[in-house]
Design a protein around this ligand. Structure first.
Ligand code: NAD
Length: 327
């Protein structure tokens, strides 16, 4: 099947090419993100493959559909960037990769937390400049601390298991609590009040948009550590900045940012930062930002590539679409 693959980087091309040895699709790798301006690049392809920051708005979907598009294969788990009602109206199947490595994302959340707590990012720079002072590098024992997890799906539960190993007490909140997760489920105010660390693992939905806002931060323990490897818009960023300035939030590890599209995944080192909110966030010594890299392990990339291409193969052969997004 001829597939236009948007927003690709060398690591995508390597993993998709390797997986395609079995599936033999006709892949066209494109660097640009899918936006209203780049729709034409999919001309002649009955399928496109898209990622987290591609724009799959009503306008884009209608235009692609008018050009003969039959399938959208997302190479990610989340689909908050897809206008699902329009896709349904146009009968455009949206396939995704519901699971590729919850370990990759959960382990990156822990990497952010450990670096922030023990200030490894600062120590690394200091030592390289021959500054062997320890002043200001004090952290805290995670053992015995309360770790709050919002969203206990695949990633949240793996993270809970890791943090149990650190000797943390786990508090959890989910609209659908999981019976096989050894955590105490509490309401959000209790989780906010009691947690020393809060990690976000719920999807971005209208109900979770700006879940952590000024009101939520006001209920938290002073000095709480916030980790977000889910979706940027779960956090109201200006409210986070105020909470960091007041000390309510003691540190923030962010792998996602609500305005990340067009910034993350791109080398902008020769440019001027135009996003003042992101620029302000980057000035805090107790904020560690990574560029949506939590998924980036060899295992996850191989699983993403295989499932994405298997989804396209199933569509092409008229087989059941097990990974179809439903509304
Ligand atoms: P999942 O579907 O297995 O789990 C999501 C959980 O969130 C479910 O248990 C669900 O009931 C819960 N939930 C839904 N609405 C909620 C609400 N209002 N409040 C609290 N909980 C709610 O998903 P997953 O595989 O664990 O992934 C979680 C999120 O991680 C994805 O939605 C995606 O946005 C993000 N993600 C990020 C990366 C990355 O590289 N940074 C990679 C993969 C996934």
């Amino acid at each position: 099947m001829k597939i236009a693959v948007f927003d690709t980087h060398p690591y995508d091309r390597t993993s998709l090419t390797a997986a395609n040895a079995v599936h033999s699709h006709d892949l066209t790798f494109l660097e640009p993100r899918l936006t209203t301006q780049t729709i034409a690049l999919a001309q002649g392809c009955p399928a496109i493959c898209a990622f987290v920051n591609d724009v799959l708005s009503a306008e884009v979907l209608e235009s692609l559909h008018a050009n003969g598009l039959k399938l959208i294969a997302m190479r990610c788990a989340g689909y908050n960037n897809v206008d699902l009602p329009t896709a349904e109206r146009l009968q455009l199947p949206i396939l995704r990769v519901p699971q590729y490595s919850p370990y990759a994302v959960a382990e990156h959340a822990v990497a952010l937390l450990l670096a922030l707590n023990r200030k490894t990012h600062r120590a690394y720079n200091r030592v390289r400049e021959m500054n062997f002072s320890l002043n200001g590098l004090e952290g805290f024992d995670l053992h015995g601390k309360t770790f709050g997890i919002i969203g206990t799906g695949k990633i949240g539960r793996v993270l809970g298991g890791i943090m149990l190993g650190f000797g943390c007490k786990i508090l959890a909140y989910d609209v659908q609590p999981s019976a096989d997760f050894a955590a105490k489920y509490v309401d959000l105010p209790t989780l906010y009040r009691e947690s020393d660390v809060i990690s976000l693992h719920a999807p971005l939905l209208p109900a979770t948009h700006h879940l952590l806002n000024a009101n939520a931060f006001a209920q938290m323990k002073s000095g709480v550590v916030i980790i977000n490897t889910s979706r940027g818009a779960l956090i109201d960023t200006p409210a986070l900045i105020e909470a960091l300035k007041s000390g309510t939030v003691g540190a923030a590890g962010l792998d996602v940012y609500e305005e990340e599209a067009g910034v993350f995944f791109t080398d902008l080192s020769d440019s001027v930062m135009k996003d003042d909110v992101l620029a302000r966030l980057m000035t805090f010594p107790n904020v560690l930002i990574t560029s949506h890299q939590a998924f980036l392990t060899r295992e996850a990339l191989a699983n993403i590539a295989e499932t994405t291409l298997a989804n396209a193969t199933a569509f092409e052969k008229g087989q059941p679409l097990l990974n179809r997004v439903t509304t």
